[in-house]
Design a protein around this ligand. Structure first.
Ligand code: FAQ
Length: 358
Protein backbone atom coordinates (compact mmCIF):
# COMPACT_ATOMS: atom_id res chain seq x y z
CA UNK A 1 0.00 0.00 0.00
CA UNK A 2 3.02 2.30 -0.10
CA UNK A 3 4.83 3.51 -3.20
CA UNK A 4 3.20 3.12 -6.57
CA UNK A 5 1.32 -0.09 -5.99
CA UNK A 6 -2.24 1.15 -5.91
CA UNK A 7 -4.33 3.24 -8.20
CA UNK A 8 -4.60 6.61 -6.55
CA UNK A 9 -4.58 10.22 -7.51
CA UNK A 10 -1.45 9.60 -9.57
CA UNK A 11 -3.10 9.94 -12.93
CA UNK A 12 -4.47 13.31 -11.96
CA UNK A 13 -1.44 14.30 -9.89
CA UNK A 14 0.84 12.92 -12.63
CA UNK A 15 -1.03 15.03 -15.17
CA UNK A 16 -0.63 18.03 -12.93
CA UNK A 17 3.03 17.26 -12.37
CA UNK A 18 3.70 17.17 -16.10
CA UNK A 19 2.04 20.60 -16.28
CA UNK A 20 4.51 21.77 -13.60
CA UNK A 21 7.38 20.41 -15.67
CA UNK A 22 6.03 22.13 -18.78
CA UNK A 23 5.79 25.40 -16.81
CA UNK A 24 9.39 24.97 -15.67
CA UNK A 25 10.52 24.41 -19.27
CA UNK A 26 8.53 27.48 -20.39
CA UNK A 27 10.21 29.55 -17.67
CA UNK A 28 13.66 28.52 -18.88
CA UNK A 29 12.68 29.11 -22.47
CA UNK A 30 11.39 32.62 -21.65
CA UNK A 31 14.66 33.41 -19.86
CA UNK A 32 16.67 32.18 -22.86
CA UNK A 33 14.51 34.14 -25.28
CA UNK A 34 15.23 37.32 -23.34
CA UNK A 35 12.76 39.06 -25.63
CA UNK A 36 12.91 42.84 -25.22
CA UNK A 37 14.51 42.43 -21.81
CA UNK A 38 15.91 45.48 -20.19
CA UNK A 39 18.13 43.63 -17.69
CA UNK A 40 17.25 46.27 -15.16
CA UNK A 41 18.55 49.13 -17.26
CA UNK A 42 15.06 50.27 -18.13
CA UNK A 43 13.24 49.84 -21.42
CA UNK A 44 14.90 50.24 -24.80
CA UNK A 45 15.33 53.92 -25.76
CA UNK A 46 12.08 55.66 -26.57
CA UNK A 47 9.83 53.06 -24.87
CA UNK A 48 7.75 54.14 -21.85
CA UNK A 49 8.13 52.10 -18.64
CA UNK A 50 4.47 51.11 -18.59
CA UNK A 51 4.54 50.08 -22.27
CA UNK A 52 7.65 48.04 -21.69
CA UNK A 53 6.03 46.28 -18.70
CA UNK A 54 2.91 45.53 -20.75
CA UNK A 55 5.02 44.19 -23.62
CA UNK A 56 6.88 41.85 -21.26
CA UNK A 57 3.60 40.50 -19.86
CA UNK A 58 2.13 40.07 -23.33
CA UNK A 59 5.23 38.23 -24.52
CA UNK A 60 4.98 35.84 -21.53
CA UNK A 61 8.34 37.04 -20.24
CA UNK A 62 8.79 36.99 -16.47
CA UNK A 63 8.87 40.21 -14.52
CA UNK A 64 11.88 40.10 -12.19
CA UNK A 65 12.57 42.12 -9.00
CA UNK A 66 15.01 44.39 -10.89
CA UNK A 67 12.35 45.36 -13.45
CA UNK A 68 10.12 48.38 -13.26
CA UNK A 69 6.54 47.44 -12.40
CA UNK A 70 3.40 49.45 -11.62
CA UNK A 71 2.79 49.95 -7.89
CA UNK A 72 -0.60 48.28 -8.21
CA UNK A 73 1.03 45.12 -9.66
CA UNK A 74 3.56 45.12 -6.81
CA UNK A 75 0.82 45.54 -4.18
CA UNK A 76 -1.33 42.80 -5.74
CA UNK A 77 1.58 40.38 -5.64
CA UNK A 78 2.53 41.25 -2.07
CA UNK A 79 -1.09 40.68 -1.00
CA UNK A 80 -1.45 37.32 -2.71
CA UNK A 81 2.02 35.92 -2.01
CA UNK A 82 1.95 37.01 1.65
CA UNK A 83 -1.52 35.54 2.20
CA UNK A 84 -0.34 32.37 0.56
CA UNK A 85 2.71 32.26 2.87
CA UNK A 86 0.55 32.89 5.96
CA UNK A 87 -1.72 30.03 4.85
CA UNK A 88 1.19 27.63 4.74
CA UNK A 89 2.29 28.65 8.23
CA UNK A 90 -1.17 28.61 9.85
CA UNK A 91 -1.87 25.45 7.81
CA UNK A 92 0.66 23.58 9.94
CA UNK A 93 -1.69 23.71 12.94
CA UNK A 94 -4.63 21.46 11.98
CA UNK A 95 -2.34 18.56 11.06
CA UNK A 96 0.28 19.36 13.71
CA UNK A 97 -2.51 18.57 16.14
CA UNK A 98 -2.19 14.89 15.11
CA UNK A 99 1.60 14.42 15.14
CA UNK A 100 1.62 13.05 18.69
CA UNK A 101 -1.41 10.87 18.00
CA UNK A 102 -0.56 9.40 14.59
CA UNK A 103 -1.45 5.69 14.70
CA UNK A 104 2.06 4.33 13.96
CA UNK A 105 5.68 5.40 13.92
CA UNK A 106 5.64 5.40 10.11
CA UNK A 107 2.53 7.61 10.00
CA UNK A 108 4.13 9.96 12.53
CA UNK A 109 7.33 10.28 10.50
CA UNK A 110 5.39 10.97 7.30
CA UNK A 111 3.17 13.57 8.97
CA UNK A 112 6.16 15.27 10.58
CA UNK A 113 7.82 15.53 7.17
CA UNK A 114 4.67 16.94 5.62
CA UNK A 115 4.14 19.60 8.27
CA UNK A 116 7.80 20.53 8.01
CA UNK A 117 7.40 20.91 4.22
CA UNK A 118 4.60 23.39 4.86
CA UNK A 119 6.93 25.52 6.99
CA UNK A 120 9.38 25.38 4.08
CA UNK A 121 6.68 26.47 1.61
CA UNK A 122 5.86 29.41 3.87
CA UNK A 123 9.52 30.41 3.83
CA UNK A 124 9.89 30.17 0.03
CA UNK A 125 6.82 32.36 -0.27
CA UNK A 126 7.93 34.94 2.30
CA UNK A 127 11.27 35.09 0.47
CA UNK A 128 9.44 35.65 -2.86
CA UNK A 129 7.35 38.45 -1.28
CA UNK A 130 10.51 40.06 0.16
CA UNK A 131 11.86 40.52 -3.38
CA UNK A 132 9.05 43.07 -3.82
CA UNK A 133 10.53 45.36 -1.19
CA UNK A 134 8.63 44.35 1.93
CA UNK A 135 10.39 42.87 4.97
CA UNK A 136 9.65 39.56 6.68
CA UNK A 137 8.93 41.41 9.94
CA UNK A 138 6.34 43.59 8.21
CA UNK A 139 4.66 40.54 6.68
CA UNK A 140 4.56 38.65 9.98
CA UNK A 141 3.16 41.75 11.68
CA UNK A 142 0.38 41.99 9.06
CA UNK A 143 -0.63 38.42 9.89
CA UNK A 144 -0.38 38.74 13.67
CA UNK A 145 -2.41 41.95 13.72
CA UNK A 146 -5.09 40.44 11.47
CA UNK A 147 -4.52 42.92 8.62
CA UNK A 148 -3.75 40.16 6.14
CA UNK A 149 -5.72 36.99 5.63
CA UNK A 150 -4.85 33.34 5.41
CA UNK A 151 -6.87 30.59 3.76
CA UNK A 152 -10.32 29.96 5.22
CA UNK A 153 -9.73 26.20 5.18
CA UNK A 154 -7.40 26.24 8.17
CA UNK A 155 -10.14 27.48 10.47
CA UNK A 156 -11.82 24.08 10.56
CA UNK A 157 -10.99 21.52 13.26
CA UNK A 158 -9.28 18.14 12.76
CA UNK A 159 -11.52 15.87 14.85
CA UNK A 160 -10.20 12.42 13.93
CA UNK A 161 -7.16 10.79 12.31
CA UNK A 162 -9.16 10.50 9.08
CA UNK A 163 -9.16 14.32 8.90
CA UNK A 164 -5.42 14.16 8.23
CA UNK A 165 -6.23 11.95 5.23
CA UNK A 166 -9.02 14.28 4.08
CA UNK A 167 -6.73 17.33 4.36
CA UNK A 168 -4.08 15.60 2.26
CA UNK A 169 -6.50 14.42 -0.38
CA UNK A 170 -8.90 17.37 -0.60
CA UNK A 171 -7.04 20.40 0.81
CA UNK A 172 -3.69 19.61 -0.78
CA UNK A 173 -5.57 18.49 -3.89
CA UNK A 174 -7.33 21.86 -4.10
CA UNK A 175 -4.05 23.63 -3.34
CA UNK A 176 -2.34 21.85 -6.26
CA UNK A 177 -5.14 22.58 -8.71
CA UNK A 178 -4.92 26.25 -7.71
CA UNK A 179 -1.11 26.39 -7.67
CA UNK A 180 -0.14 24.56 -10.86
CA UNK A 181 -1.30 27.53 -12.99
CA UNK A 182 0.62 29.83 -10.62
CA UNK A 183 3.80 28.11 -11.89
CA UNK A 184 3.16 30.26 -15.00
CA UNK A 185 2.61 33.45 -13.00
CA UNK A 186 4.14 36.52 -14.64
CA UNK A 187 6.28 37.32 -11.57
CA UNK A 188 9.45 35.20 -11.75
CA UNK A 189 10.16 34.59 -8.02
CA UNK A 190 6.54 33.52 -7.34
CA UNK A 191 6.47 31.22 -10.40
CA UNK A 192 9.74 29.59 -9.35
CA UNK A 193 8.57 29.12 -5.74
CA UNK A 194 5.35 27.54 -7.03
CA UNK A 195 7.21 25.00 -9.16
CA UNK A 196 9.03 23.71 -6.12
CA UNK A 197 5.94 23.83 -3.89
CA UNK A 198 3.81 21.91 -6.40
CA UNK A 199 6.33 19.10 -6.69
CA UNK A 200 6.25 18.62 -2.90
CA UNK A 201 2.51 19.15 -2.66
CA UNK A 202 1.83 16.19 -4.96
CA UNK A 203 3.46 13.95 -2.32
CA UNK A 204 1.20 15.56 0.30
CA UNK A 205 -1.91 14.78 -1.68
CA UNK A 206 -0.78 11.24 -2.22
CA UNK A 207 -0.14 10.60 1.48
CA UNK A 208 -3.63 11.86 2.37
CA UNK A 209 -5.19 9.74 -0.31
CA UNK A 210 -3.34 6.67 0.94
CA UNK A 211 -4.52 7.27 4.54
CA UNK A 212 -8.12 7.44 3.33
CA UNK A 213 -7.66 4.40 1.08
CA UNK A 214 -6.41 2.37 4.06
CA UNK A 215 -9.29 3.50 6.29
CA UNK A 216 -11.90 3.02 3.56
CA UNK A 217 -10.75 -0.59 3.17
CA UNK A 218 -10.47 -1.23 6.92
CA UNK A 219 -13.09 -2.04 9.56
CA UNK A 220 -16.63 -0.62 9.28
CA UNK A 221 -15.73 1.92 12.00
CA UNK A 222 -12.63 3.05 10.09
CA UNK A 223 -14.62 3.33 6.89
CA UNK A 224 -17.27 5.42 8.66
CA UNK A 225 -14.55 7.67 10.08
CA UNK A 226 -13.11 8.22 6.56
CA UNK A 227 -16.55 9.03 5.15
CA UNK A 228 -17.30 11.43 8.00
CA UNK A 229 -14.04 13.30 7.35
CA UNK A 230 -14.79 13.61 3.62
CA UNK A 231 -18.32 14.80 4.46
CA UNK A 232 -16.93 17.60 6.65
CA UNK A 233 -14.03 18.70 4.42
CA UNK A 234 -15.69 18.63 0.99
CA UNK A 235 -17.48 21.99 0.99
CA UNK A 236 -14.77 23.95 2.86
CA UNK A 237 -12.31 22.60 0.23
CA UNK A 238 -14.54 23.87 -2.60
CA UNK A 239 -14.68 27.26 -0.85
CA UNK A 240 -10.85 27.49 -0.82
CA UNK A 241 -11.00 28.60 -4.47
CA UNK A 242 -12.56 31.88 -3.33
CA UNK A 243 -15.84 33.64 -4.06
CA UNK A 244 -17.70 32.92 -7.32
CA UNK A 245 -16.29 34.81 -10.31
CA UNK A 246 -19.07 37.37 -10.24
CA UNK A 247 -18.04 38.39 -6.70
CA UNK A 248 -14.27 38.10 -7.07
CA UNK A 249 -12.75 41.55 -6.66
CA UNK A 250 -9.24 40.79 -7.88
CA UNK A 251 -9.63 38.13 -10.59
CA UNK A 252 -10.05 40.33 -13.67
CA UNK A 253 -6.99 42.49 -12.97
CA UNK A 254 -4.90 39.54 -11.75
CA UNK A 255 -5.71 37.63 -14.91
CA UNK A 256 -4.88 40.62 -17.10
CA UNK A 257 -1.47 40.74 -15.40
CA UNK A 258 -1.12 36.95 -15.78
CA UNK A 259 -0.73 36.49 -12.04
CA UNK A 260 -3.81 34.27 -12.04
CA UNK A 261 -4.29 32.20 -15.19
CA UNK A 262 -7.78 30.82 -14.48
CA UNK A 263 -10.76 32.14 -12.60
CA UNK A 264 -11.92 30.85 -9.20
CA UNK A 265 -14.88 29.00 -10.75
CA UNK A 266 -12.79 27.43 -13.51
CA UNK A 267 -10.38 25.96 -10.99
CA UNK A 268 -13.20 24.84 -8.67
CA UNK A 269 -14.76 22.94 -11.59
CA UNK A 270 -11.45 21.34 -12.45
CA UNK A 271 -11.08 20.18 -8.83
CA UNK A 272 -14.59 18.67 -8.71
CA UNK A 273 -14.00 16.74 -11.94
CA UNK A 274 -10.72 15.39 -10.60
CA UNK A 275 -12.18 14.33 -7.23
CA UNK A 276 -15.14 12.41 -8.64
CA UNK A 277 -12.91 9.80 -10.25
CA UNK A 278 -10.64 9.57 -7.21
CA UNK A 279 -13.59 9.15 -4.80
CA UNK A 280 -14.80 6.21 -6.86
CA UNK A 281 -11.46 4.45 -6.48
CA UNK A 282 -11.47 5.20 -2.75
CA UNK A 283 -14.98 3.83 -2.47
CA UNK A 284 -16.08 6.98 -0.62
CA UNK A 285 -19.04 9.21 -1.42
CA UNK A 286 -18.77 12.94 -2.09
CA UNK A 287 -21.52 14.52 0.02
CA UNK A 288 -23.44 16.13 -2.83
CA UNK A 289 -26.69 14.49 -4.00
CA UNK A 290 -26.73 16.74 -7.08
CA UNK A 291 -23.27 15.83 -8.30
CA UNK A 292 -23.61 14.41 -11.81
CA UNK A 293 -21.90 14.41 -15.19
CA UNK A 294 -23.21 16.99 -17.64
CA UNK A 295 -22.64 15.64 -21.15
CA UNK A 296 -23.23 18.99 -22.78
CA UNK A 297 -20.69 20.85 -20.61
CA UNK A 298 -18.35 17.86 -20.43
CA UNK A 299 -18.04 18.58 -16.72
CA UNK A 300 -19.82 17.70 -13.49
CA UNK A 301 -22.72 19.72 -12.17
CA UNK A 302 -22.31 20.19 -8.44
CA UNK A 303 -23.68 22.10 -5.45
CA UNK A 304 -21.80 25.28 -4.69
CA UNK A 305 -20.32 25.73 -1.20
CA UNK A 306 -22.00 28.14 1.19
CA UNK A 307 -20.33 31.44 0.27
CA UNK A 308 -21.92 33.26 3.22
CA UNK A 309 -20.10 30.81 5.46
CA UNK A 310 -16.87 31.48 3.49
CA UNK A 311 -17.24 35.22 4.11
CA UNK A 312 -17.92 34.67 7.83
CA UNK A 313 -14.81 32.48 8.13
CA UNK A 314 -12.69 34.97 6.17
CA UNK A 315 -13.84 37.76 8.48
CA UNK A 316 -12.69 35.80 11.54
CA UNK A 317 -15.79 33.96 12.62
CA UNK A 318 -14.98 30.37 11.68
CA UNK A 319 -14.86 27.45 14.12
CA UNK A 320 -11.13 27.83 14.89
CA UNK A 321 -10.09 31.38 13.84
CA UNK A 322 -9.41 32.62 17.37
CA UNK A 323 -7.57 29.45 18.38
CA UNK A 324 -5.37 29.53 15.27
CA UNK A 325 -4.36 33.18 15.74
CA UNK A 326 -3.77 32.79 19.50
CA UNK A 327 -1.56 29.80 18.85
CA UNK A 328 0.43 31.65 16.17
CA UNK A 329 0.92 34.72 18.39
CA UNK A 330 2.05 32.54 21.28
CA UNK A 331 4.47 30.61 19.04
CA UNK A 332 5.85 33.92 17.75
CA UNK A 333 6.40 35.23 21.29
CA UNK A 334 7.90 31.94 22.48
CA UNK A 335 10.23 31.93 19.47
CA UNK A 336 11.64 35.40 20.19
CA UNK A 337 14.80 33.94 21.78
CA UNK A 338 15.51 31.89 18.64
CA UNK A 339 15.31 34.98 16.43
CA UNK A 340 17.50 36.92 18.88
CA UNK A 341 20.06 34.12 19.02
CA UNK A 342 20.14 33.83 15.20
CA UNK A 343 20.58 37.60 14.85
CA UNK A 344 23.37 37.64 17.47
CA UNK A 345 25.11 34.74 15.70
CA UNK A 346 24.83 36.48 12.32
CA UNK A 347 26.20 39.74 13.77
CA UNK A 348 29.12 37.94 15.42
CA UNK A 349 29.87 36.04 12.25
CA UNK A 350 29.86 39.11 10.04
CA UNK A 351 32.12 40.93 12.52
CA UNK A 352 34.62 38.06 12.61
CA UNK A 353 33.94 35.05 10.36
CA UNK A 354 36.61 32.92 12.13
CA UNK A 355 35.31 33.57 15.68
CA UNK A 356 32.22 31.37 15.45
CA UNK A 357 33.44 28.62 13.14
CA UNK A 358 32.23 25.10 14.03
N1 FAQ B 1 -9.64 32.19 2.29
O1 FAQ B 1 -11.01 38.62 -5.42
P1 FAQ B 1 -10.79 37.28 -4.82
C1 FAQ B 1 -2.03 25.90 1.25
C2 FAQ B 1 -10.22 36.66 -0.12
S1 FAQ B 1 -3.16 26.29 0.04
C3 FAQ B 1 -9.37 33.43 2.72
O2 FAQ B 1 -11.30 36.13 -5.58
P2 FAQ B 1 -8.05 36.51 -5.34
C4 FAQ B 1 -1.32 24.56 1.15
C5 FAQ B 1 -9.17 37.28 -1.03
O3 FAQ B 1 -7.89 37.24 -0.43
C6 FAQ B 1 -4.11 27.70 0.59
N2 FAQ B 1 -9.55 34.54 1.97
O4 FAQ B 1 -9.23 37.12 -4.45
C7 FAQ B 1 -1.53 23.72 2.35
C8 FAQ B 1 -9.73 38.68 -1.18
O5 FAQ B 1 -9.49 39.41 0.01
P3 FAQ B 1 -8.46 40.70 0.08
C9 FAQ B 1 -3.53 29.02 0.20
C10 FAQ B 1 -10.00 34.35 0.71
O6 FAQ B 1 -6.79 36.81 -4.63
C11 FAQ B 1 -2.31 22.59 2.27
C12 FAQ B 1 -11.24 38.45 -1.21
O7 FAQ B 1 -11.45 37.21 -0.54
N3 FAQ B 1 -3.41 29.17 -1.23
O8 FAQ B 1 -1.87 26.69 2.09
C13 FAQ B 1 -10.28 33.09 0.20
O9 FAQ B 1 -8.17 36.94 -6.76
C14 FAQ B 1 -2.53 21.79 3.38
C15 FAQ B 1 -11.81 38.42 -2.62
O10 FAQ B 1 -11.40 37.25 -3.34
C16 FAQ B 1 -3.24 30.38 -1.80
O11 FAQ B 1 -3.20 31.38 -1.14
C17 FAQ B 1 -10.08 31.98 1.03
N4 FAQ B 1 -10.33 30.72 0.63
O12 FAQ B 1 -8.35 34.94 -5.31
C18 FAQ B 1 -0.91 24.01 3.57
C19 FAQ B 1 -3.06 30.36 -3.31
N5 FAQ B 1 -10.72 33.23 -1.07
O13 FAQ B 1 -7.09 40.12 -0.19
C20 FAQ B 1 -1.14 23.20 4.71
C21 FAQ B 1 -2.72 31.71 -3.87
C22 FAQ B 1 -10.72 34.56 -1.35
O14 FAQ B 1 -8.89 41.65 -0.98
C23 FAQ B 1 -1.92 22.07 4.60
N6 FAQ B 1 -3.87 32.60 -3.85
N7 FAQ B 1 -10.30 35.22 -0.26
O15 FAQ B 1 -8.59 41.23 1.47
C24 FAQ B 1 -4.83 32.60 -4.81
O16 FAQ B 1 -4.81 31.83 -5.76
C25 FAQ B 1 -5.92 33.64 -4.70
O17 FAQ B 1 -5.48 34.65 -3.82
C26 FAQ B 1 -7.29 33.06 -4.22
C27 FAQ B 1 -8.29 34.22 -4.09
C28 FAQ B 1 -7.81 32.07 -5.25
C29 FAQ B 1 -7.17 32.38 -2.85
Amino acid sequence: MYGNDFSGPDDAAGGLLSQVEAAEAALREAAARGLSRSDGDGPPPGVELQDHFTALIEADQKIEPRDWMPDSYRRALIRQIAQHAHSEIIGMQPEGNWITRAPSLKRKAILLAKVQDEAGHGLYLYAAAETLGVTRDELVDLLLTGRQKYSSIFNYPTLTWADVGAIGWLVDGAAIVNQVPLCRCSYGPYARAMIRVCKEESFHQRQGYEILHTLAHGTPAQRAMAQDAVDRWWYPSLAMFGPPDADSTHSAQSMAWKIKRFSNDELRQRFVDMCVQQAEILGLRLPDPDLRWNEERQAHDYTQPDYDELMRVIKGDGPCNRQRMEHRRRAHTDGAWVREAAAAYAAKRSADPTAVAA
